[in-house]
Design a protein around this ligand. Structure first.
Ligand code: ADP
Length: 607
């Protein structure tokens, strides 16, 4: 209550009114006293002036010092001019200030010696009105100071008048105070209402409600302030909308980013992370803790250490690239994937301060890494696969050349070896060419509508000699009325030949191979099942990779290149189909080829 504006305004007005009234009463009362004193001296001067009749008469009467009664008579005849009444008296004094006679003998007996009286006793006519005294007096020396006519006013009239003025002022003051209280109420209301509206508005803004404008009821300073507040509120809303829009954009960008983004405080505490980061850690870092950055560094094998809120390289020769504000570490393996990890310094707001922190971005480069790896492996495989037959050819040629006397049978053996190794090289190179064309989408497809069952039946017949050479039996089971297939017949037949040849190659003598064709939805399924050596479980996932072979010694005896299944996969997938393999070691293998009846190869690609 005492702190309210209303109370302050009332208090100020009260103080103002009391102060004004006090000043007015002081000025008035002082003015009345001064006026009275002035009037008194003018009146005395007019009566006792040397040119006046009264002065002449008194002068004459004073010649006889004993004639005080005569002087009294003169003075009383001038009583009304001198203003003699209950408060003002005249006295006739001797040179020592003793009363000879006077209008009030009682008062005259107790006269005090005033400065004016003292001057007259010295024979000087030198009167002064001294302010602040409770009387006004006038002394006229006659007969060279032997006789003094002395007039003294008790000023009681003035005091009574002053008391009346004072009581009027007190009454006026009370009325003024009442008016002040009333006025200050309206004044306070006029001032505080817009301020209260402003306070309400600021509270709404602080709570985030920007919808309610504050009413402007006046054009005064408070009205302008309210208008400016409304304008500021609109501007603030626009800015906040902009900022939240930007933040939303940033949030969406972060959420859509496939890179994992983490930010840490200088103390290593995790501040923010995006969805990819959460996935990377399977949300396990949700519990905040100081050790999170250290855990990341350790788990990603990054040679950085926190030191006084900064990151420092722990091993100077680490494979690191320095960027403008941080480090980049390439090919860090974490959670079974490969990342390029970048560190940067950031500054973020903590309260009102800007404090340093760091940002870690893990860019998943597994695809690139695997591609690079498979390229390197592929080049190594190609070199190895070509070097083996080349070594054999070189060795055989050198042997033949070094021994011209070599018998015919031996020479034929070496020449056969050269021929078969050259064939092997030719097969590898032509398989690689097929794969390269498939990779570069430069294969020239001969798309046609053909009957797959009759093709497979024919292939089984063609391969019968080979089958019999290995002592295998073969059975073909085909569903009735299978629809025709669109695709490159020759290449699809090549796939089936490869699969049956594998079954022949990897089945010990006297095995059985079953070829089956049936329909599954809109697909034609071909399965080739053997009861051969089978494939170990751990090799199955890699069996369609280029140059991948199970136990190289075992399969190179069988004359394989390790490219057959890779080519089959590419060809089947180019037709929009799928190829898969199921196998059990020492029990047998089943290869399953699924083809859509209408393949995805288009005549355009045919060209
Ligand atoms: P290759 O020319 O060496 O036969 P493939 O790509 O056709 O190359 O086959 C890859 C490997 O898969 C072979 O080396 C072989 O070890 C294994 N494989 C393929 N088919 C069979 C099968 N029917 N039975 C057992 N192993 C097989």
């Amino acid at each position: 209550m005492f702190k309210s504006l209303y109370f302050k305004i009332v208090l100020i007005l009260l103080i103002f009114i009391v102060a004004v009234m006090c000043a007015v009463s002081a000025i008035l009362m002082n003015g009345v006293s001064s006026y009275f004193a002035g009037q008194f001296s003018v009146q005395m001067e007019e009566c006792f002036g040397k040119e006046t009749i009264l002065y002449g008469e008194l002068q004459e009467a004073a010649k006889d010092v004993q004639d005080a009664a005569g002087m009294k008579e003169i003075l009383s005849s001038y009583g009304s001019i001198l203003g003699i009444d209950a408060y003002r008296n005249y006295y006739v004094l001797d040179g020592d200030g003793n009363m000879l006679t006077g209008s009030d003998a009682k008062l005259g007996a107790q006269l005090e010696i005033t400065p004016n009286l003292l001057s007259a006793m010295d024979g000087r006519y030198d009167n002064r009105i001294i302010s602040g005294t409770e009387y006004a007096d006038w002394a006229l020396p006659l007969a060279e100071g032997e006789v003094i006519v002395y007039v003294k006013d008790s000023l009681e009239e003035v005091q009574q008048l002053n008391q009346v003025i004072f009581s009027i002022i007190i009454q006026a003051m009370f009325v003024g105070i009442l008016i002040a209280i009333l006025l200050s109420f309206f004044l306070a209301k006029a001032i505080t209402s817009p301020i209260q509206r402003l306070t309400w508005g600021t509270r709404l803004v602080a709570e985030g409600d920007f919808t309610q404008p504050i009413e402007v009821n006046s054009r005064d300073e408070l009205g302008i302030l309210t208008e400016n507040f409304n304008y500021m509120k609109d501007q603030l809303k626009d800015t906040l909308d902009e900022v939240s829009g930007e933040r939303e954009k940033l949030r969406t960008v972060l959420a859509c980013m496939r890179d994992a983004v983490f930010t840490f405080s200088a103390g290593g505490k995790l501040l923010h992370w995006n969805d990819s980061a959460a996935q990377l850690y399977r949300n396990s870092f949700g519990q905040e803790g100081d050790a999170v950055l250290d855990t990341c560094l350790e788990e990603m094998d990054i040679p950085l250490q926190r030191e006084n809120g900064r990151l420092r390289l722990t091993s100077p020769d680490a494979a690191v690239e320095r960027s403008q504000d941080g480090f980049v570490f390439r090919d860090r393996i974490f959670a079974g994937r490969v990342f390029d990890v970048s560190f940067g310094v950031i500054r973020y707001a903590e309260g009102r301060k800007k404090v340093p922190g760091c940002i870690l971005i893990a860019h998943d480069v597994t695809g690139r890494y695997e591609l690079d790896e498979s390229r390197r492996e592929f080049v190594a495989n190609v070199s190895h696969e070509l070097r083996t037959p080349l070594t054999s050819i070189k060795g055989a040629t050198e042997t033949v050349l070094s021994d011209p006397e070599m018998d015919e049978e031996m020479r034929e053996y070496f020449l056969d070896m050269i021929l078969s190794e050259s064939d092997r090289m030719t097969r590898i190179v032509s398989d690689l060419l097929v794969l390269s064309r498939l990779d570069n989408k430069r294969t020239k497809w001969q798309v046609e509508l053909f009957d797959m069952p009759s093709s497979v039946r024919r292939l089984c017949e063609v391969m019968r000699t080979d089958l019999e050479a290995h002592g295998h039996t073969i059975s073909c089971t085909m569903e009735e009325d299978l629809p025709m297939v669109t695709g490159d017949r020759q290449r699809l037949e090549q796939v089936v030949i490869n699969i049956i040849s594998n079954a022949i190659k990897y089945t010990p003598e006297g095995g059985h191979i079953d070829v089956a064709l049936f329909r599954e939805g809109d697909r034609l399924v071909t399965t080739v099942t053997d009861n051969g050596v089978g494939i170990p479980e751990e090799d199955i996932a890699h069996i369609f990779e280029r140059f991948y072979r199970v136990e190289k010694s075992r399969t190179s005896d069988a004359g394989g290149t390790g490219l057959g299944l890779a080519i089959a996969k590419e060809l089947v997938e180019a037709h929009g189909g799928q190829i898969s393999i199921q196998s059990k070691l020492n029990e047998g293998t089943q290869v399953r080829i699924e083809l859509p009846f209408v393949g995805k190869l288009k005549p355009a690609e045919e060209e």
